[in-house]
Design a protein. Structure first.
Lengths: 95, 95
DNA sequence: TAAAGTAGTTTATAATATAAACCAAAATAT
DNA sequence: ATATTTTGGTTTATATTATAAACTACTTTA
């Protein structure tokens, strides 16, 4: 069995959680992601930016009820990267 | 679905590969692990030490045919940690 | 006996993760 | 009305990690 490369963008607990979440819900607000992942806002902000930079998510900023609102949505590149990551990870977990 | 904590000792590509390997072969020499993982010797040396420090592997040093020989063996704590890691990882990969 | 190879370790550096500090505005309490 | 707290973040500083480069110590081969 060969050990496959693990995409360093996804091989991070918080970024993996964010992508995992966005895979299931398609779209989510910053605060929702923060709650689900138990991350600090600062850390989440940084990691969301890296996922955006990588083209794995799309980030939309607007105002909702007077407050800023950041919404994230997974891209097809993000879905692909996640699927490949899971596949490659099998080489480390499998029998 | 809750995102479980991922043991930081195991959530590292190289260390995970080493443990994965040792789960399957029980005991392996440094050079064998190096070949299987395609790691540099320096990096492998450091990561093996961290796994030893964590009590996940046992490291034995001796001389074989005039050359130093480092042999690694997984401990029961290592097996447990790996199993828990895989289990927790499911919360990120699952449907 | 000089050069190249084996089997690593140590150290320096680059990349990452994380929390702390900060910012701007809105809501609330005094 | 104005001080305080809360919301929803971002930026920056720091600690941790991963990695490669340099080094050690010895052996084999030319």
């Amino acid at each position: 069995m060969e050990f496959k490369e693990l995409d360093p963008i996804l091989h991070s607990q918080l970024r993996l959680a964010v992508i995992s979440l966005l895979i299931s819900v398609k779209e989510a607000e910053f605060t929702f992601i923060r709650e689900k992942t138990n991350a600090t806002a600062g850390n989440l902000s940084v990691q969301i930016n890296k996922l955006k930079e990588a083209g794995y998510i799309e980030v939309m900023k607007q105002f909702k009820d007077n407050y800023p609102q950041t919404t994230c949505k997974i891209t097809s590149a993000g879905i692909n990267a996640f699927e490949q990551y899971v596949k490659n990870l099998q080489s480390y977990l499998g029998k």
